[in-house]
Design a protein around this ligand. Structure first.
Ligand code: AMP
Length: 479
């Protein structure tokens, strides 16, 4: 098997990949990484879950000039959840090189983003509207952008972001590498490519294991009033380990959530009416395996990367056939297997035919659960609710194992700069600059990532030291 060494990337990036458990590059990574390292424009059509974030994240982190404290890469992406996910993935990849990434998206306070952008930031991941806001207000400096990523381009077009995206691109330096990623290539996406990319290389990735082998699609025909009854039976038959159940409206999500919860199923919900923090928290807790079911509207259908989802259930059928594909793509990720189960009312059969043509495979009629299956399932879930939950490890567990954030009660107002922090900490015996990660200097305090398990030593030693001639207080950062 080929591994990442063949790309000739630096040791610090390789170390992050090793800690993240990425042993061999995925298909899209094999194609994309060498081209971006050669500064080629690329258009990539690939399925979700193919490892595409790292395909651009790895070469971008490799190319970032770390000593240059300016934004060098911009990633435009349609949703806030994706923004956070990509920022985290890129921060993980660049952790040991100390690449600093910021996410900027709507519904978060503008001032906190302005503060973050004033720090030393190398990569910005943002939604189009918020990026433009910052550009208009002059709170983001994009004059040195060398790597632009347009992620989920088809979705951004569908969401009507075309004008905002082009407005952003028009204001970026022309000498740059542009990467466009899209699940489908619509006419609008093609036009965007023609207008803004130079001799771009097109890459079309077909998964090693085609989606037909990874995901089995089933449908049931059911009247609206009988859906919940059927859902319980299907759950008992299928015994999902981890499942997203899609509804079309916030109201339906809330109703179904309450029904399932009342019957003792372990579930959490997410929809656009919730606060951003609540949405992210729901995804985080579900990803960690705290709940078996995530009841969601389509905001969870696009791009969200949660490992090991065994079942996607369309409690309500989506309105658009494209959304069927996005929703079911939450299972069968990274070459694993999954089931997609759709509840159709009798008059939706024609729509199912359209979907079958669109996905180029047939969706099978599901078998009605038998009484035995239902009884066994009930027992299974009763037993499960009595057992303690085994939480999944977060994907950056190994990476973060020896990294701790420390808090220092001195910041910009005391004229503290990076160099002061690095100087003081590396003067501790047994600690050097390599042990210091990302530094975040705020007005009245600072945070510093300490690597290699040396945080306790640093905290202990800093008690007796001064910084810029003043006594400082230092402790382990709270969450
Ligand atoms: P993405 O398509 O970027 O959403 O990635 C899908 C999942 O695959 C994410 O959980 C990644 O962390 C994971 N992943 C990406 N690249 C690799 C790799 N080379 N080996 C193993 N897992 C990977």
């Amino acid at each position: 098997m080929e591994n990442f060494c063949k790309f000739n990337i630096s040791k610090r990036i390789l170390l992050s990949l090793e800690k993240l458990g990425y042993k061999n590059p995925t298909e899209v990574q094999k194609e994309v990484i060498p081209l971006v390292l050669k500064n080629k424009d690329i258009i990539v059509q690939s399925e979700t879950g193919s490892g595409k974030t790292a395909s651009f994240g790895i070469p971008i982190c490799e190319k970032i000039q770390i000593e240059n404290n300016i934004i060098q890469s911009l990633v435009i992406t349609p949703t806030r959840e994706l923004c956070v996910q990509i920022k985290e993935d890129m921060s993980n990849i660049g952790r040991f090189k100390k690449v600093r990434c910021a996410a900027i998206f709507g519904k978060q306070t503008f001032s906190s983003q302005v503060r973050e952008l004033k720090q030393r930031v190398h990569v910005v991941v943002g939604t189009p509207g918020r990026i433009l806001d910052h550009m208009d207000r002059g709170t983001i400096n994009l004059t040195e952008i060398k790597y632009l990523v347009i992620d989920e381009a088809d979705e951004m077009m569908n969401m009507g972001f075309i004008e905002q995206v082009t407005n952003i691109i028009n204001k970026l330096p022309e000498k740059r590498v542009t990467m466009l990623f899209s699940a489908t290539m619509s006419e609008q996406v093609n036009l965007l490519c023609k207008k803004y990319m130079k001799e771009a290389i097109t890459i079309n990735i077909n998964s090693e294991k085609p989606i037909t082998e990874r995901i089995e699609d089933y449908y049931y025909i059911v009247e609206g009033k009988d859906k919940f009854d059927l859902l319980q039976k299907v759950i008992y038959k299928e015994l999902p380990k981890s499942s997203i159940i899609f509804c079309n409206t916030r109201n339906n999500v809330d109703t179904l959530f309450n029904l399932l919860k009342d019957r003792g199923f372990s579930c959490i919900s997410i929809h656009g009416g919730m606060l951003q923090e609540e949405r992210l928290e729901a995804i985080r807790r579900f990803s960690r395996g705290e709940f078996t079911f995530l009841i969601a509207t389509d905001i969870a259908s696009r791009g969200i990367d949660i490992a090991d989802i065994t079942h996607v259930i369309n409690y309500d059928m989506p309105f658009e056939k494209e959304n069927y594909v996005h929703r079911i793509g939450r299972t069968g990720r990274a070459e694993s297997n999954g089931k997609a189960i759709s509840f159709l009312t009798p008059n939706q059969l024609r729509f199912l035919n359209e979907i079958e043509v669109y996905i180029n495979r047939s969706v099978k009629l599901g078998e009605i659960p038998t009484i035995d299956e239902i009884e066994m399932g009930k027992k299974f879930f009763q037993g499960k609710s009595k057992n303690p939950i085994k939480l999944k490890r977060e994907k950056n567990f190994e990476l973060n194992k020896n990294i701790s954030k420390i808090y220092i009660n001195a910041g910009k107002k005391k004229k503290i700069r990076n160099i002061d922090i690095v100087g003081t900490i590396s003067s501790i015996e047994g600690v050097n600059a390599e042990d210091i990660g990302i530094i975040d200097i705020q007005d009245n305090f600072s945070y510093v990532d300490i690597l290699n398990g040396k945080a306790s030593l640093v905290i202990e030693e800093l008690k007796d030291r001064n910084m810029k001639g003043k006594k400082i207080r230092c402790e382990k950062a709270k969450k």
